[in-house]
Design a protein around this ligand. Structure first.
Ligand SMILES: [Zn+2]
Length: 329
């Protein structure tokens, strides 16, 4: 059985990382950019390990130059997500990749992305919200630029701020200035932690950056007192099992801690991270959870409800999406 048609809510999706390879190849061709070495013989993205993945990711991003490229990317990404039943999606957007962090350039890119999102909502019935992310390995100074872009463009569409990139670079506290700026601007907060780092990284992130959601957070499982605290505080984990297995952050689906975390009371949700890079989709995630752990429709629909509760959108949007989820039951 496949859960392809089941409506889904996704909270953790890197925008450029969701770019269908065929779309990026097309753009590269139009612009005569040679990035052929980032593709394998089947046309998918090819890389050796996590650090190389970041390099390939950034090479793919070099094709995305103008606001119009991002408008088209929005449509391509949302069409693909909607084909897997996703009715609501939150995506990480980096001003670093859209105008190099310049605020007025960022406003142009954002307007184009919002245009694409509005068109996709009409065409494919999927709603998008944006979370601005700073890139950890670009350093704390660059992060402030991203936070400033976030604070200045907060609104109905840009509702959150977060941090992605190489987790083992620096410590969470190095970025507290940026997270404070975003919090003061009224943005909701999430941060990658505990994908590569241990429980200490998750604990430091919660203490120093005070996000309400954690991207991944799976390594919290090695400190059960921390897991209990996460559960008590209602911190939501954006878990991406397919990504974790593909990148070897977890040995196999069977070994994935998502069940243990959920059984201990942690609010878990499921997302794809960078789907074409990790050869996954929301359908594949739901199908693998069902196959590996025997999770049936009730548990999967619970994941959706948890995700919608934790979504960074306004109440009216939540109500609209809740109806779409209910209709399917
Ligand atoms: Zn991620």
């Amino acid at each position: 059985m496949s859960f392809k048609s089941m409506p889904k809510v996704e909270l953790h999706l890197h925008f450029e990382g969701a770019a269908p390879p065929a779309f990026i190849r097309g753009l590269a061709k139009e612009k005569s950019i040679d990035i052929s070495k980032i593709f394998d013989e089947k046309g998918g993205y090819a890389y050796r390990d996590f650090d190389h993945f970041l390099t390939v990711y950034e090479a793919a991003c070099t094709t995305l130059r103008s606001p119009e490229d991002f408008r088209r990317l929005t449509l391509a990404v949302l069409e693909e997500s909607a084909s897997h039943g996703v009715v609501y999606s939150e995506t990480f957007l980096s001003p670093d990749f859209c105008g190099g962090g310049d605020l007025s350039a960022w406003r142009d890119y954002l307007a184009a992305i919002e245009d694409g999102a509005a068109e996709a909502e009409k065409k494919f019935g999927i709603t998008l919200r944006g979370i601005i992310t700073c890139i950890r390995h670009f350093g704390p100074e660059q992060a402030k630029t991203a936070a400033r872009c976030a604070a200045e463009t907060k609104g109905d569409f840009i509702t959150g701020f977060g941090m992605a990139g190489a987790e083992m670079v620096g410590r969470p506290g190095d970025f507290s200035y940026s997270f404070d700026m975003a919090r003061e601007a009224g943005l909701r907060l999430t941060c990658h932690a505990g994908e590569w780092g241990g429980p200490d990284m998750v604990a430091d992130t919660l203490r120093d950056l005070r996000p309400e959601r954690i991207g991944h957070g799976i390594n919290a499982i090695h400190d059960l007192a921390l897991v209990d605290r996460i559960a008590e505080d209602g911190i939501v984990l954006e878990v991406c099992p397919g990504s974790n297995v593909f990148l070897n952050a977890v040995k196999s689906w069977k070994d994935h801690p998502i069940v243990r975390l959920r059984d201990r009371g942690v609010k878990v949700t499921v997302s794809t991270d960078d789907p074409p890079f990790f050869h996954t989709t929301m359908t594949a995630e739901f199908d693998m959870l069902a196959r590996t752990f025997g999770w049936e429709e009730d548990v999967l629909s619970d994941l959706n409800k948890t995700a919608l509760d934790a979504a960074f959108c306004d109440p009216a949007t939540k109500e609209k999406i809740a109806k779409k989820l209910e209709l399917s039951q």
